[in-house]
Design a protein around this ligand. Structure first.
Ligand code: SF4
Length: 424
């Protein structure tokens, strides 16, 4: 299968552009100055219903649109483009808009650990038991999702990226922190790397035989955006990738593929289903995760269908996220109360094997906050959300439910008032 990449400069070559009015193509050009744009021929040819592109979830996830910027932001960028500014001047305008879009939510840059007094810029260690590694060559994706909280990593001008190549230092760090037992390769998407490059990292981890490390995870969208990564009949490197998975499981470590699926349409293609079967044959487990997004998947029936289909394919539904306050979140955000309703109704609609999902989660500065429920308090006559940290920086604070005042419009934990201040 030939791999074709499209970006903001080349998307007009896509034959389906005939479905789009010229005005919409110009809007894509303006908005993609701010929101990184990238796609490939699999996404464009197999996942989008072009005759219904305006409402198509994968089109919206792939092609930036005018409503993803505030009106004043759109006008500033459009004016800069119309004025034919120099590249430097244009980027000054573009970056001023990007900096208004909260490029680093949840204080990600504060989670960078040190080894022997030296910062490890491609590592995050927020939760006691797991270390995240951002390999330099994996800081892109097969397509860039318009909602992605990692969007600043795809914009070189923001200079806020974090990544590194020195896996030896990561190994030493994990060995020195004996309570760490999971290593997550993330990005971008580590599966955008060739198996040879990725194996260069992974084999060193396997060979290191770190006594406390028992699990390797890969966070990836490759199953949806380029399933040929795992199909030897279409891609000569695929067997090498699957063999690398086998080396991990043969070493006795658990391998978990953390796959992003935003919509059931992503599960329908035969190539994807064959890729799932090939991965499972290596002994790896595939767990699934995605945020609830306005315009894409804010429906309980849709989530119930998606989880049921995933279970039928041998996948384990794992996380339902709440969209972070970054990038074009005003376009995608769904209030917490509505997310909880979607989750609870979807859970009611699924069979028991699909009830493995962690209740809707916000990845906030202190940790992953779950919405466990909504209750009426007869003592004060008020309504409350029951929350708890599924993960907290301070692990002694995990799994301790607490109450916050119910707010129908709130979209993030920092907009809520605790019943007992500073209880967590
Ligand atoms: S990291 Fe995941 S959500 Fe973000 S652009 Fe890549 S595939 Fe999409």
């Amino acid at each position: 299968m030939r791999y074709l990449t499209y970006n903001a400069k080349t998307f007009r070559n896509i034959e389906y552009m005939r479905y789009l009015p010229e005005e919409v193509k110009q809007e894509i050009e303006i908005v993609s100055k701010v929101i990184p744009f990238k796609s490939n021929n699999y996404v464009v040819d197999y996942l989008i219903d072009w005759e219904n592109y305006e409402n198509d979830p994968i089109y919206i996830l792939t092609f930036p649109n005018k409503n993803m910027l505030r009106e004043d932001q759109y006008e500033r960028v459009k004016r800069a483009v119309d004025q034919n500014l120099s590249e430097d001047e244009l980027y000054e305008v573009v970056n001023s808009v990007r900096l208004e879009m909260n490029p680093h939510p949840a204080q990600q840059l504060t989670n960078i650990p040190q080894l022997n007094g030296e910062k490890l810029p491609g590592v995050q260690h927020k939760y006691r038991d797991i270390v995240l590694f951002f390999p330099t060559q994996g800081q892109s994706c097969h397509a860039h999702c318009t909602f992605c909280f990692r969007w600043p990593q795809f914009t070189k001008q923001l200079d806020l990226q974090f990544s590194m190549r020195e896996i030896d230092k990561v190994i030493e760090y994990i060995r020195e922190h004996e309570f760490v037992h999971e290593l997550l390769f993330t990005g971008g998407d580590p599966m955008i790397m060739s198996p040879a490059v990725l194996s260069g990292y992974v084999d060193k981890v396997i060979d290191a035989k770190i006594p406390n490390l028992d699990t390797i995870r890969f966070g990836t969208k490759a199953l949806t955006y380029w399933p040929f990564t795992f199909l030897p009949s279409y891609n000569e490197e695929a067997e090498e990738m699957l063999n690398m998975f086998r080396r991990i499981t043969d070493s006795g470590m658990h391998l978990s593929i953390m796959a992003h699926f935003n919509h059931p349409v992503e599960l329908e293609n035969e190539a994807l289903q064959e890729a799932i079967a090939n991965i499972r044959e290596t002994g790896a487990q595939i767990r699934t995760q995605a945020p609830v997004l306005n315009h894409i998947n804010n429906s309980s029936q849709l989530w119930a269908n998606m989880w049921t289909k995933q279970v039928n394919l041998g996948l384990v539904p794992y996380y339902m996220f709440i969209e972070r306050e970054t990038g074009p979140y005003e376009y995608f955000q769904v209030p917490l109360a509505e997310v909880y309703n979607i989750y609870s109704e979807a859970i009611r609609l699924t069979g028991s094997l699909a009830k493995t999902v962690t209740a809707p989660v916000m990845s906030a500065a202190k940790g992953k906050v779950q919405i466990l429920g909504v209750v009426d308090n007869p003592l004060d006559g008020k309504k409350y959300f029951i929350l708890q940290y599924a993960r907290h920086r301070d692990y002694s604070k995990t799994f301790k439910p607490f109450l916050v005042e119910y707010d129908e419009k709130a979209t993030w934990v920092d907009q809520l008032t605790e019943l007992v201040p500073n209880s967590i």
